[in-house]
Ligand binder design. Structure first.
Ligand code: SF4
Length: 220
């Protein structure tokens, strides 16, 4: 029950309300790694895979994009929309730095380095490709590089290695302490014994649902 996320804990519903007061009329796009309270103050949610599409779909000049500052910068680099961001970071992706990328490239000639857009901008720039979790998986599947480094949470490489046996994965391995708290036995316990119930008020549930459903309607 105490598995969290540094992005989610970086912002509250009150913070979003204050931003909306400061920038009246500017739509709010929030990453799915946010609380229901934040989603309830959000116009439309996004994932790393559809963030650019969602922002472009609004057809406006300015967007408040929360809470990942690096993902906001990545979206700004891919659109003409002015992005007002928040100072949230993913503690896993923030650990990567350009020197590490350069060193790995130097020590592994020919390696393809693919980064998640939650990484710092100079890490993305030093990489061969930037894409969401699904985008990274597709890149490896389609290109079958001899050697690859996925600049993201380390379980990702483990998960896709089985499906790509000819690809040699270099694993820098930054682990998310939150995600590692979620295990199969705990999920089984939750399903079988209905443990870990989360109780929320109806109004928050309904308001949060709208921002998620709008995202689903826009699609990937
Ligand atoms: S890796 Fe961990 S901290 Fe980063 S976005 Fe995912 S859950 Fe949050």
């Amino acid at each position: 029950m105490d598995a969290g996320c540094s992005l989610s804990s970086s912002i509250t519903g009150k913070d979003v309300r204050l931003l909306k007061e400061k920038y009246p009329g500017v739509p709010v796009v929030s990453y799915v790694n946010t609380s229901a309270e934040v989603k309830a103050e959000t116009d439309v949610c996004c994932t790393s895979a559809n963030a650019v599409k969602i922002v472009k779909s609004l057809g406006v000049k300015r967007v408040i994009f929360l809470p990942d500052d690096y993902l906001a910068k990545y979206v700004a680099s891919q659109t003409d929309v002015e992005i007002i961001s928040w100072k949230g970071i993913c503690i896993v992706h923030d650990q990567f730095n350009k020197k590490e990328i350069d060193d790995i490239r130097k020590n592994n000639p020919g390696i393809k380095i693919i980064a998640h857009p939650e990484c710092p901008p100079d890490v993305i720039e030093a990489s061969d490709f930037a894409g969401s979790t699904s985008g990274m998986i597709k890149y490896v599947k389609d290109n079958q590089p001899k050697k690859v480094m996925m600049v993201t949470e380390c379980s990702m490489s483990d998960n896709i290695q089985i499906e790509n046996p000819n690809v040699d994965f270099v694993k820098p391995c930054n682990m998310c302490p939150h995600m590692k708290k979620i295990t199969l036995p705990k999920i089984l316990d939750c399903l079988e014994n209905e443990t870990g119930e989360i109780i929320m008020d109806k109004e928050t549930i309904e308001k949060a649902r709208i921002s998620v459903e709008r995202m689903a309607a826009i699609g990937r």
